[in-house]
Design a binder for this molecule. Structure first.
Ligand code: GN1
Ligand code: MG
Length: 366
């Protein structure tokens, strides 16, 4: 059983815990905002229970996070940035550990809450979205010379769409553990009809055309903290999937989530579609930070990466639905199917607008 107050006591927080509450809307970990009072001073922390069903090697994962955030801190100092706000600062336990494991094997880690910051689940202006592009682009730029080989691969083949199709999606359809395959025949057909999308980026890695970089790999809008007052992006969070990957994964996944005209789990498919203004705004922000080092193949695949990341995510939701909802947090029985339908409607709309998406990128990268 989890008793947050007891867990809080294990960490090197300043002051007495006066309050804690659930926060965030992640699909994997559970997150709490903890308030501690130290005399007149209020200190806030974020405490997270890491999903050890998903992340099997918490030791490796936390080592990654500590080395990446201390590297970021050095880079931020070098470039005169705000060291208190531009990277997450993790807090160890009283006995100097990077995380705490309780008697039931549940694992927790903590970082200082970035003051006066807020995250968003949907984009309400092109400027906001551009800001998130700047944040993820900058993250990648800061980590450009990070020794990637020292990173533990927390989720190997995370964006290997080819393997996700062959080794996860197809077996899920075949095994039909949940008995739900008949309820999603159209969605299964939607995926199999697009099998040819799956190897496109992976094959370009194998042939040496696309370079691996240290990337974030989970670039949802709600993984960026913004300054409440200025509206500027401050830092990126949710560092569990920082691994060698493609710049295209980070770009594509941001578009998938933020340039959709509605939430990723909106069941009203008439609202789903690609907002081309937002697409352009994000591309401008992201490329302004990370674009200089991109080769032609990266530039040429930016628009396609948005489609592929959306397709892959829809396929993952559908796989989880077929497997009986064992991976993503769900709020109702059909949640994963609704998410999958939404993502596929977005894929279909991107297919219609691919020419325009490509022209926008061509204009920005010429
Ligand atoms: C998960 O943890 P969260 O909610 O930021 C998932 C992403 C998916 C996303 C879909 C480790 O992200 O890959 O794109 O849900 N993270 C992991 O909402 O699987
Ligand atoms: Mg998250």
């Amino acid at each position: 059983m989890e008793n947050i107050k007891d867990i809080v006591k294990k960490f090197d927080f300043c002051g007495e815990c006066t309050e804690y509450k659930a926060m965030g809307s992640g699909n994997i970990n559970s997150t709490y905002l903890v308030t501690c009072r130290e005399g007149e001073k209020i200190n806030q922390y974020v405490l997270q229970r890491v999903n050890t069903g998903v992340f099997k090697n918490i030791e490796g994962l936390m080592d990654n996070i500590f080395s990446v955030t201390s590297y970021l801190l050095k880079e931020i100092k070098k470039t005169g940035g705000d060291e208190n706000r531009e990277t997450l600062r993790f807090v160890k336990t009283h006995d100097g550990k990077k995380y705490y494991k309780n008697e039931d094997g549940l694992c927790y880690r903590a970082y200082i809450f970035v003051s006066d910051s807020i995250s968003y689940n949907s984009v309400d202006s092109a400027e906001l979205f551009k800001q998130s592009g700047i944040a993820f682009g900058k993250f990648q730029r800061y980590l450009a010379d990070f020794p990637a080989e020292t990173l533990y691969e927390t989720l190997p083949n995370f964006h290997n769409t080819k393997l996700r199709y062959k080794c996860e999606f197809l077996p899920a359809v075949k095994n039909n553990i949940s008995g739900r395959a008949e309820l999603c025949r159209n969605e299964i057909d939607f995926v199999t009809a697009r099998e040819n999308y799956c190897p496109r980026l992976v094959d370009l890695i194998e042939s040496g055309v696309l370079p691996l970089r240290v990337t974030h790999n989970d670039t949802k809008l709600n993984n960026v903290m913004f300054d409440k007052n200025s509206g500027k992006a401050i830092c990126v969070i949710d560092l569990d999937t920082v691994m060698p990957g493609l710049a295209l994964y980070d770009f594509g996944d941001s578009i998938r989530f933020g340039a959709n005209k509605t939430a990723e789990d909106d069941g009203d498919l008439s609202k789903v579609g690609i907002n081309l203004n937002y697409f352009k705004a994000y591309a401008e922000g992201f490329l302004s930070q990370a674009g200089e080092s991109f080769n032609n193949a990266e530039k040429e695949n930016l628009a396609f990466s948005a489609l592929l990341m959306t397709f892959e995510c829809g396929m993952r939701f559908l796989t989880d639905y077929l497997n009986g909802d064992t991976y993503f947090r769900t709020e109702y029985p059909e949640h994963n199917l609704v998410r999958a339908k939404n993502q596929f409607a977005l894929v279909a709309d991107m297919e219609k607008h691919m020419g325009e998406m490509e022209s926008i990128i061509a204009e920005l990268t010429k």
